[in-house]
Write a protein that binds this ligand. Sequence first.
Ligand code: V55
Ligand code: FE
Length: 487
Amino acid sequence: MADFSLTHPLSGFFAPTRFEAEVIDCIVVGEIPSSLNGAFYRMHGDWIYAPKFKDEASLSADGYISMFRFADGSVDYRGRYVRTDRYNTQIAARRQLYGYYRNPHTDDAEVRDIDNPGRRTAANTTPVILAGKLYATKEEGLPYEIDPNTLETVGETDFGGEWKSQTFTAHPKLDPATGETFAFGYEATGLASTDIYLYSFDEAGKITWEVRFQVPYSSMMHDMSLSKDYVIIPGGGTVTSKERLESGRPHWAWDSERPSYYAIIPRGGSAADIRWFEGPERSIVHTANAWNDDDVVTMDAPVAEGNTWPWFEDVHGAPFSMNSFTIRRLTFDLRGNGKQPREEILFKQEVTSFTRIDERFSTTPNRYIFVQYVDSDKPFDAHLPDDPRQRPVNSYGRFDLVDRTLQSYFVGPTHVLQEPTFVPRSPEAEEGDGYLLGTAHNLKEMRSELVIVDATTMQECARVILPFRNAYQVHGVWASPDNLPLK
Ligand code: V55
Ligand code: FE
């Protein structure tokens, strides 16, 4: 019996949805731009059974993938759970078997696998397109391949045995100039390990390079960045250990006394070529973009000066308070022996960690950064659960790195926005000429809506109305028929 009331306070809009759906020819308000031909995929965390622990991170909710399929000005919707090992095992047992976020020591004995924690992945974070295939990813395990039309789960993959890490990042990076994709796994050899395995894939999806190295201390490395010549992987702040995991605590804690660290890895290089930088306490969850001018590497990202994870307890006992993100520029000068990045705050506006760019300009100096953020000057006329983390994210912003301006879109006083995904108007369009696609929770009507915003004017063009609500989205991706075999 799936009784959520006993074990978890998930309620209202944030309760699990626990159903799969198909909607043919969705209701649309406004007009769908005719140039939108493709599919917008999103991943959600949607608990099939209530978490075992009241203080569990929502990061462990079961993976669910949905799509809005655009063709000829109309839209179909489909949503399915990812048939992970975790999902199938729970469904067979008809109950929750898994414990704390990334801690198999807290799992029921029948599923506990300490040596291969990736088996318990929820595959709930990012829909990734790699060499013509679609994957549901999460950094704790291997990706699951998904049929891009039916959303059926094809199965877990280790890329024909070539991918040796137990884990695979939720944020691989494609170089639009070369067609290569770079991806890594951290805690590559098991719980609390300091092993990183980094790979490149060629355009056909074949692994062409591997480098293995060690981080200064095991920490959550959620995203990465790519420039023409370097891979940049930020880490630090979050800490774990075998002892912590054996004692039955969630995977991560926060240590405010630990430095941030940054691995700058020459593409195609060896472990000996890696340059390490270290900075003060920082939380970097997502990156916007990076580029390099010979040996000076620049990375833009939302950066916070302390813990941003409400579920990760402070090792020194400090109560949680949310540190805000601002878009900052980190510069890594490889010419001397310097070990500290230079840091500049580009915009004072506080933002969430969810940020995207026009990815055709990834690895090169780009002009626009798209964000979602809370505009506290705007009205709010709905209720969120009593939770300081869940302030209404009511706006999308477009930061212009040339003019240093912010242009915004406000979704309305009863809505909460999720990550914006940029879709170019055409393959040849200039940077930023296109649309932002993202979903909003309509808290009044208790349903989800897809908003389509013109990214040049930041004005809304259309809304797609779903007759139900989706669980919390994590990330989304746009696929055109050139990237995936869409039917
Ligand atoms: C994130 C999300 C995750 C996770 C680690 O957005 C980091 C950040 C939904 O799962 O496991
Ligand atoms: Fe992410």
